[in-house]
Design a protein around this ligand. Structure first.
Ligand code: ADP
Ligand code: ASP
Ligand code: MG
Length: 814
């Protein structure tokens, strides 16, 4: 004999009930089958809602009743289009009973636990009746038996305790003489020894099935639901969760106690002693393997089996210097909670015994506080202990696994993973058996916590990076395209799952928690919501995704001003915008400190030399113990272009105009030609070498004419270049006479930095620098004579985008 239980979704529509009947028909060919059914999906909640509406004199209870009625009638009509009158008559009379009960609740303004049990019992009564009658209509050998005649409990309404002595005998007696092949039993409902209707607690149909399975000592208990087994974690919150094939009773119990709703926690107990395996199966995918809960755990070597969560937890903290001396303190505390029927989900006590923390259901927190404060009234008055502190809006997350005790460092890994993602841990509990490590965290962090822990313990293979890009102009667009092109490669070769979650230009912004479709990002962005810098930050923060990275591909000061906000939320920052790094030294330091404190990388490789690995190399030299003594560099693609094209046949003014037209200069060419841009770059390199320096500290010897330096507008500036052509020709002639090339050089020597135009003789590494190339020479303690040289294209959208991309991957590899 087999016992199968079908949950709310499984009997939630005529289509699903047809699948259930198909499964039962197949099983019954091999012997008798007992089928426990839940109420039609959502009906228990609706019954409770109608009851509460009636109690509160809210006439909407009639509408809710109407919905309940319609749902059942629709199912009956769809299942039995030709032969439904007798079913409808009985269901109608049951619904009339229900309506009378609701009217009564309305009249007396009261919904006691006892009445509530009577009310919710209609759900299973209706579903089991409809299914049994439909099966009979189809010629199957089926009978409904009311489990209230079999399962006997105490009068602890809404969560009654079973009297196993009487119950087991009832079940055995009934099935000894039952002749039908298929017996349909309503789950969840029972009778008290006094004959009152009781229930076994929300989700209790699983328990009904386990009670029957144990009483009859069947070979297997099957729980059919809407997912393909017990998952590594809640599949609604973690897309990567997958079904666990084998799991021990203890592990399943822990996971369900800590929130894995797929199995009602008491279900394991009755079958555990008899070693009856529980098989969790999916009604909607009957061929999926599912999960087997038993003692034969074939993959028990895995330390962490699953991760679960309970929401709506309140933390009660009792503390006070006098706590140690209070006799029977714990006894009084826990007795009080037991009397109030308050379930304690988690306990932690500091070894000093000065404080004790309890996790309880948020709904119980006020009652708990009142009761405990009352019991310790005297001690509180004498200031031996403080009034209890209640914190709400919390959740518990728990790692579960029988084998965790044999593996060191699991809790360390758990807490460091949470810490790295800026998830604040409020309390920790680890049982002596080490089957469970739990942490209390903010409810808002649950999804992020489950996802990062799942990645850490179950998907060690891949790391998800969640990227938010601001600025999709020339460079930003190239970056998005490069990411699109490399996505597959990164996943397969570097095990990095790179997703763009947010995109913004100055007009609009878009977000997609599951990753923006990169084939259509442009059209999506055009239709996006109005962009604001704060809005982009707030959305990024609210999504609260692990390994989030904000990418700034603008040259905007206001964007740079928000980096600190991102870092404080443990969101990494990758910037090609060099404003922040070359701003006031204090600000640069602050960002560096925040990056360390919040474990959020702050990378800006493209601030100097576009895609060339200049800053990374510098950082690596320093990290490995080297010291920078000097930096000699040509860091301006624009100035290089200008001086490479300035000769006997060209005019300085025309060359600058050409550079601007080709996109080599900033829109305001004075930023390049005055040397400010290069000064910012050498400043960043000096700072990264460990020197405290500001832009004013850099010696800047201008090569521009007086007129050029003083010009107020860009037009005036160009005019000055024409007017002072002779000045520029002199500079060129001198270099030519000396057989030199003109290069705009940045230097850093012994803690001092300078920028200026130099005549470079033949043979010097700078002499042959072409086009817009950059070159950097690092002289260090380890490279005293022959410098380490980095040279290559130092400007351009593609190389800059690839530099930003490298920073993102660098974060992924860490
Ligand atoms: P039923 O109505 O069939 O009893 P439940 O809704 O009670 O179904 O339980 C199944 C649901 O449990 C799933 O749809 C899923 O959302 C939720 N769930 C939470 N944690 C887990 C987990 N670890 N494994 C599987 N399902 C889980
Ligand atoms: N119908 C009940 C509930 O929703 C029992 C169950 O489905 O297991 O809680
Ligand atoms: Mg359930």
């Amino acid at each position: 004999m087999k016992v199968l239980k079908f949950g709310g979704t499984s009997v939630g529509s005529s289509k699903n009930i047809n699948s259930v009947m198909q499964i039962l028909d197949n099983y019954s060919k091999d012997g008798a089958v007992i089928c426990v059914v839940s109420a039609v999906g959502g009906i228990t909640d609706k019954l409770l809602r109608a009851g509460n509406q009636a109690k509160n004199k809210d006439n909407d209870f009639i509408n809710t009743f109407g919905i309940i009625k319609d749902i059942h009638f629709e199912i009956i009509n769809e299942l039995n289009p030709d032969n439904n009158s007798s079913i409808l008559t009985t269901v109608e009379s049951k619904l009339n009973e229900l309506k009378s009960l609701l009217d009564g609740i309305y009249l007396i303004n009261e919904l006691s636990p006892k009445t509530s049990d009577k009310l919710v019992g209609f759900g299973e009564a209706l579903s089991s009746f409809i299914i049994a009658e439909t099966m009979k209509n189809r010629g199957l050998s089926a009978e409904r038996k009311n489990s209230q005649d079999l399962i006997i409990t105490n009068s602890n309404f809404t969560k009654a305790e079973v009297n196993f002595g009487i119950t087991n005998n009832n079940i055995k007696d009934y099935f000894k003489s039952a002749n039908q092949q298929i017996t349909i039993l309503p789950g969840f409902v029972a009778h008290s020894t006094l004959g009152e209707q009781t229930t076994l607690g929300r989700g209790g149909s699983d328990y009904t099935a386990a009670i029957v399975a144990a009483a009859l000592q069947v070979e297997q208990l099957e729980i059919w639901t809407d997912v393909s087994g017990m998952f590594t974690t809640n599949p609604e919150l973690v897309k990567q969760a997958y079904p666990i094939q084998n799991i021990s009773y203890q592990e399943a119990m822990e996971l369900s106690h800590f929130g894995a709703k797929v199995l009602y926690p008491p279900t394991v107990q009755p079958v555990l002693d008899l070693n009856i395996p529980i098989h969790i199966k999916n009604t909607l995918q009957p061929h999926a393997v599912g999960t087997i809960i038993s003692n034969d755990d074939t993959n028990g070597f895995k330390p962490v089996k699953g991760i679960s969560n309970i929401n709506n937890i309140a933390l009660l903290t009792l503390q006070g210097s006098g706590m140690i001396g209070i006799p029977g303190f714990s006894k009084r505390l826990f007795e009080t909670l037991a009397q109030e029927k308050i379930n304690v989900v988690l306990i932690t006590q500091a070894s000093s015994e000065h404080s004790i923390c309890l996790g309880v259901d948020e709904n119980d927190s006020e009652a708990a506080k009142t009761a405990i404060d009352l019991v310790f009234e005297n001690e509180i008055a004498l200031h031996k202990i403080d009034p209890i502190i209640v914190e709400t809006g919390l959740s518990i997350i728990a790692l579960v696994g029988d084998n965790m005790k044999n593996h060191q460092g699991i809790s360390g890994k758990m807490f460091s993973t949470l810490g790295k993602n800026n998830i604040n841990i409020r309390a920790i509990a680890q049982g002596a058996s080490e089957k469970n490590i739990s942490a209390v965290i903010d409810k808002k962090d649950v999804k992020k916590a489950l996802n990062t822990l799942h990645e850490q313990f179950f998907e060690t293979q891949t790391k998800q990076l969640n990227v938010f890009i601001t600025g999709v102009g020339n460079v930003g667009e190239r970056l998005v395209e490069q990411i699109k092109q490399q996505k597959k490669y990164l996943k397969e070769n570097l095990k990095i799952n790179l997703r763009i979650i947010g995109l913004s230009n100055s007009r609009t912004m878009i977000f997609d928690e599951d990753g923006i479709d990169l084939k259509t990002w442009k059209t999506q962005l055009a239709k996006g919501e109005k962009a604001t810098l704060e809005g982009f930050f707030e959305n990024t923060k609210a999504l609260n995704l692990r390994n989030s990275i904000f990418v700034d591909v603008t040259a905007n000061k206001n964007v740079a001003n928000l980096y600190a906000n991102y870092l404080r939320e443990s969101i990494g920052v990758v910037a090609c915008n060099k404003i922040a790094c070359s701003s006031d030294y204090e600000n640069y330091r602050l960002l560096k400190r925040l990056s360390l404190k919040y474990n959020a990388p702050y990378l800006f490789e493209t601030n100097v030399g576009a895609g060339l690995p200049i800053i990374d190399t510098l950082n690596n030299l320093i990290a490995s113990g080297d010291k920078i003594t000097s930096i000699q560099a040509v860091l301006s693609g624009s100035l290089n272009f200008v001086f490479n094209n300035f000769n006997d046949d060209t005019k300085f003014h025309d060359v600058v105009k050409l550079a601007a037209a080709e996109g080599y200069t900033e829109p305001d060419p004075r930023i390049d030609l005055s040397g400010v841009d290069v000064a910012r770059k050498i400043l960043i390199l000096a700072r990264e070498s460990g020197v405290e320096m500001n832009l004013e500290d850099i010696e800047n010897t201008p090569f521009l004419s007086e007129l050029g330096l003083k010009s107020d507008t860009v037009d005036d500036f160009y005019q000055s270049l024409s007017d002072d052509e002779a000045h520029y020709q002199n500079i060129y002639s001198s270099a030519k006479a000396n057989h030199c090339q003109l290069k705009y050089v940045a230097q850093f020597n012994n803690g001092k930095a300078s920028v200026g135009l130099h005549e470079i003789p033949e043979g010097h590494p700078f002499y042959n620098l072409e086009g817009s190339d950059n070159i950097v020479m690092f002289y260090t303690q380890r490279y005293p004579e022959q410098p380490m040289i980095i040279k290559g294209a130092g400007a351009g959208a593609d190389v800059t985008a690839s530099g930003i991309f490298s920073d993102i991957i660098r974060i992924g590899n860490n």
